[in-house]
Design a protein around this ligand. Structure first.
Ligand code: SF4
Ligand code: SF4
Length: 380
């Protein structure tokens, strides 16, 4: 089987440039009309990981979201933007999220609806799933006739790379995410099985990736914004992820979500199974895209990851100078490994830490860093 991915240059977030790039990225796939019918309710799901300004490159840029919403509306669809960041989400935190990420502006400019996945939830059965056969997700996800995901090209501490498959974790309401992390523990392999099962249960119709500015290093929230200058699109999230990894110089087979998709037969095993339209990959490669420190674990057999990772692997640590003692990291820590007393700097009990890095994602100050334990620093 051949999978189709488009690569389109887009050097800035100028709204007209983004509109043309999004339209151009869909043309070789058949145009938006192939994916959206008149009157269909279309969930447009960006990555709204945290209340950060678009320039931080943590969230999908609002100009990309707006361009896609306009495409959907032009095709006669009813566009609805929705997501659920990790942690406790209430109306005031959502208001802050929508304002800071620029989504409020998109809603106002396009007249589309915003839905939170925390308001109402449903259980979804996944009888064909490999490992996880039931999920609780926002009802807005199952209410949609079509789902278009808008991932941001970034690194990730647990899965090494976050893209079109990882973004579906947002279907799960904020606080519940911690429970799923508890099931999968430290293991990127098991967590990736969960992501693939969830993706298979509620597959997006289309993925359009914001790779105009991505994030390298210690993503998904503490890395460095990187100019990439691209919009990627595909009907197949796995193929899109494989191409994105190839562009940034990551071995796609070292990224468990990509490798496992090939093994399951739901995505390509290598670039030979992908038809690329637009820019050839060789023309757009980013040579020095920094990997997350945790990616060293990709070379260790999964059965040894926990023991070796505990002694030598990376771990979260809190920078006292940056911390404002808000307690969000402790609240969202799945195994409650973070001790927190109001007004004080939290401390991490590493014996209980499952290295999920939710604390890093949730920290509004960028105060959670990924570091090596002293024993690893001693032996170099
Ligand atoms: S301390 Fe951070 S990385 Fe460790 S389990 Fe808690 S949230 Fe996950
Ligand atoms: S580390 Fe971050 S999330 Fe945790 S208390 Fe400090 S500022 Fe808040």
């Amino acid at each position: 089987m051949t999978y189709h991915v488009t690569i389109t240059r887009c050097q800035s977030y100028d709204p007209d440039a983004v509109r043309s790039a999004v339209t151009a990225s869909l043309e070789p796939l058949g145009g938006i009309g192939k994916f959206v019918g008149k009157g269909q309710r279309v969930l447009v799901k960006p990555n709204l990981l945290a209340s950060r300004a678009p320039e931080a490159a943590v969230t999908t840029h609002p100009t990309v979201v707006q361009a896609v919403v306009e495409e959907v509306q032009r095709a006669g669809g009813v566009a609805v933007i929705g997501d659920s960041p990790g942690g406790r989400n209430v109306s005031s935190s959502y208001e802050r999220l929508l304002k800071r990420t620029g989504m409020m502006g998109v809603v106002e400019a396009t007249g589309c609806e915003w839905v939170s996945f925390d308001d109402s939830v449903v259980d979804v059965q996944a009888p064909d799933a490999k490992s996880f056969k039931r999920f609780t997700v926002g009802k807005a996800v199952t209410d949609a006739d079509r789902i278009i995901v808008l991932p941001k090209l970034k690194t990730h501490q647990l899965t090494y790379y976050t893209g079109a498959v990882k973004i579906v974790y947002g279907y799960i309401p904020g606080l519940l995410k911690a429970e799923y992390h508890l099931h999968t523990g430290t293991d990127a392999e098991t967590f990736s099985d969960l992501l693939l099962d969830l993706h298979g249960a509620l597959p997006p119709t289309l993925a359009i990736m914001d790779a105009v500015v991505g994030m390298d290093g210690q993503g998904p929230s503490n890395g460095n914004p990187r100019d990439i200058g691209l919009i990627l699109a595909s009907e197949n999230c796995h193929a899109l992820d494989l191409v994105a990894c190839s562009i940034i110089g990551f071995d796609p087979m070292a990224v468990p979500t990509v490798r496992k998709a090939g093994e399951r037969g739901v995505g390509p095993r290598d670039l030979g199974e992908v038809l690329v339209s637009g820019e050839p990959i060789g023309n757009v490669r980013v040579r020095d895209f920094a990997k997350p420190r945790t990616m060293i674990l990709a070379r260790i057999p999964p059965s040894l990851v926990h023991a070796i990772g505990y002694l030598f692997g990376t771990r979260p640590s809190i920078r006292r100078g940056k911390c404002i003692s808000c307690g969000k990291c402790a609240e969202g820590c799945p195994p409650k490994a973070i001790r927190y007393t109001k007004g004080e700097i939290p401390s991490i009990r590493y014996r209980h830490c499952i290295r999920c890095y939710c604390c890093q994602e949730l920290c509004p100050q960028g105060a959670v860093e990924v570091s090596y334990p002293w024993i690893r620093r001693m032996v170099g």
